[in-house]
Design a binder for this molecule. Sequence first.
Ligand code: TNX
Length: 517
Amino acid sequence: AFGLPFALPGAAAVAAPAAPARQLSEVIPAPVETRPDARDTFTLRPQTVIRTSPGSVAALQVGRQFAEILRPATGYQLPVLPVRSTPLPEIALVLGGADGRVGREGYQLDVTRRGVTIRANTAAGLFAGTQTLRQLLPALIEAPDRQRVTWTVPGGRIVDHPRFAYRGAMLDLARHFHAVDEITAYVDLLSQYKINYLHLHLTDDQGWRIQIDSWPRLAPVGGGPGTGVDGVGPGYLTKADYKAVVAYAAARHITVVPEIDMPGHTNAAQSTYPELNCDGIAPPPRTDIEVGYSSLCIDDELTYRFVEDVIREIAEITPGPFLHIGGDEAHATTDDEYRTFMQRVLPMVAKYGKRVSGWNEILQVDPPTDVVAQFWGTGTTNADLAEAAARGNKVIMSPASKSYLDMKYDANTRLGLRWAGYIEVSDAYGWDPARRVTGVGEDAVLGVEAPLWSETLRSLDDIEYMAFPRLPAIAELGWSTAASHDWESFRARLGQQAPRWRLQEVDFYPSPQVPWS
Ligand code: TNX
């Protein structure tokens, strides 16, 4: 009947109950501009098609992924057609023609009776727009099987774009290994909140979690049986695993940032290879959670052969621009040694085509201005950070007392640590990345990141419980304007996410601060 090669599911003609109407602004992160038009709504129907800009494989991929998200709950076919027009009700993903403000990652979303049109300059922008549209549909859209509801989207226009270029989340694979399926499940959740970087903490005292061919025992021994906190977090990513994670994330417009932590946090490597120790004696493996006792041997040339081998092999399998070299808590390394080490290692990262990021301690060596410092302090002043910002270095804000997802919510939280304090949802939301540290303003801030250290975490449920609902708070700080920052608005919108998380089986913390639906 529609001249297209697909059939209409017959049962869809049955009248469906209306789901509670959503508002155009009920989205996390809060969009830059919403103009509701109450006269117009769009309803997803059995004959709706997803139309993408002709000639763009990337747009087609965004369309296909979005169709896969919508199909289980709707039961509709939702064919994805790379064509210029159709007579059918449609969700159109169009490259070009968006509001001038949308930039590289933003989008314009128009909802009328006839369809939904998302316009953007890039596939990343289209993808972000589909995640907004997903939240504008009834929560039952997240159901794993067919629901009989009217799939209504509120009418009007959204123009949206991120405040900061870097919106990250970090998983610690070293303290307890997280397998590929757990990482990709987390990526699925991150992508719903417009997170665009996934930082993987791949090595630490308790485990080495990435295959390195030139040092073949690193992963199978340093990440083998008995490794991890309490000896119960073994495992590592083969290069194929790592590439699979990179590809899965890339398909969701998330870039992987690998971290090899050095010159401290290196006991797993040094207990595996005795020659990486100044005295040539391998220390025993460590499964406790102490920090600051290990150091690579700064005056030994072999150290730099090792480091260069690792950087080269990691750079080869990392398409993203950043390589994170840690640099935190090197308490077993003197200041002079630390400087010597970093002066050798910083150029190596550049040699293999990557840009250095590192924890804020790296600023002790006054690195070149293209080095990105990740601030993890709890205070609001840091002279190194302010000086680096003045020189032109960019900063990623991860203040531990605000953005550390491994801190307990309160005294009753079973999981997590408390060294940076308890972090309730209002604490995680209640700060401004460009006003957190004196002398580090909007221009110096590349973005935000929510690290999740896994000393106390084992399963995906554990990850979810600590990340939700704080991760969406950090995501909003990274994306939404400072002017739109508003706790009352945020907690209301956060409460509306709960039905979605239940359907996705996200094991979230039901904070008493939030009016959960
Ligand atoms: C500090 S933050 C660390 C990690 C721990 C974390 C636990 C940072 C750069 N170093 O080694 O896992 O605290 O919260």
